[in-house]
Design a protein around this ligand. Structure first.
Ligand code: ZN
Length: 356
């Protein structure tokens, strides 16, 4: 489907592309609260409310604004990303797993080598602060494996206090890693994550944004080059939203239907933080004490954890996907490679220059 035609249908039909009749919100009733819109017909909606399963407070934002050049990224055969490097950067151990793990796993499967970079120490979860640090340190190793990532790095800034650190230090450490790993593509929290109450997310997004640009600079941290590092040219950026009450600009929707089980297992690895971990096993045991069971939780803890994450926590990504005719989807503000400006000018000059 042509993109502009798609958008026209979307605007007229409440983003109902590919949506089954049962799940399709009626015109004017697409609010996540189920309330009908009071917007007069003389106005064109500027943001689209997303339906929510009401099973997880952490997944898709309340509103997206969709760009008119929105593209759906689908599976690519023959490992087209062989030789490229991605870095998935997160403030906390559950950020990339919840919002981008399907797309990260997809790109790794399509040839990328990948690294996970965590900025906080995740102390604000766990039974005590110290337990939170240790548990999340172990969890990110397993989460990285589930996505197919090669190695993890942690900066250990204090959780929910990241704005207490100098932005320039966080950025400089990222620049070092981007150059050392020769990163081409990043995943991170949207630096303009509207209405996000978690202060670490904005700090992380802004640090990544600046580091992406400066990593390619010849004059920034020139001692890196004396030590043998090379500039990193980051040509692709996938910024994801988090803010539950948020409103984010989206120009890329990724089909993660083939990678939903990777995403489920990545979230199951997060035992110390987030809504997944061992929640399924706990619910199964609680029901068993009452002499009951939920069939989707199966007959053992592993099956219960998998079923819980897939059935409850992935539902919002299924609802998002259905709007685009996909089984499951993740949404991004994607920034791709810039044109070769100087090359284009040289080419123009070669084609149009006339004798003196
Ligand atoms: Zn977070």
């Amino acid at each position: 489907m042509q993109r502009r035609k798609f958008l026209a249908r979307s605007m007229a039909g409440g983003m109902a592309v590919g949506l089954g009749a049962a799940a399709q919100p009626a015109r004017g009733a697409q609010s996540s609260s189920g309330r009908s819109s009071d917007l007069p017909s003389t106005f064109t909606p500027a943001a689209h409310s997303l339906p929510h399963s009401q099973y997880s407070p952490f997944t898709t934002p309340d509103y997206f604004t969709f760009a008119d050049d929105l593209a759906i990224e689908r599976n690519l055969p023959n490992k087209p990303h062989q030789g490229k490097v991605l870095a998935a950067i997160q403030a906390h151990s559950d950020d990339i797993p919840l919002f981008a793990a399907g797309t990260v796993a997809k790109l790794i499967d399509e040839g990328y080598t990948g690294y996970l970079i965590r900025l906080s120490n995740d102390e604000a979860s766990g039974t005590t602060l110290g337990h939170g640090v240790v548990q999340n340190e172990a969890d990110i190793q397993e989460a990285a494996k589930a996505m197919g990532l090669k190695k993890t790095y942690s900066f250990y800034y204090r959780n929910h206090r990241m704005d207490d650190n100098a932005a320039i230090e966080i950025r400089a450490r990222l620049i070092f890693l981007f150059r050392m790993l020769q990163v081409n593509t990043i995943f991170a929290m949207d630096p303009y994550d509207h209405y996000d109450e978690n202060p670490d997310h904005i700090v992380a997004g802004k640090a990544v944004e600046g580091a992406c640009w400066m990593s390619g600079g010849a004059k920034d941290y020139p001692e890196h080059y004396k030590a043998g590092l090379k500039p990193a040219h980051i040509h692709e950026k996938y910024y994801h939203a988090r803010s539950p009450q948020g409103h984010n600009l989206v120009n890329r929707v990724v089909d993660i239907g083939s990678y939903i089980d990777h995403k489920v297992r990545t979230n199951m690895a997060n035992k110390g933080k987030g809504p997944a971990g061992t929640a399924g096993a706990r619910l199964r045991q609680q029901l068993a004490r009452q002499g009951k069971k939920l069939p989707l939780l199966g007959n053992d803890d592993e099956t219960a954890n998998f079923g819980y994450v897939k059935h409850f926590l992935m539902d919002d990504f299924q609802l998002l996907g259905r709007r685009f005719g996909l089984e499951y989807a993740e949404a991004f503000r994607y920034i791709g490679p810039e044109p070769n400006y100087l090359g284009n000018i040289v080419k123009y000059a070669e084609e149009h220059a006339v004798p003196l």
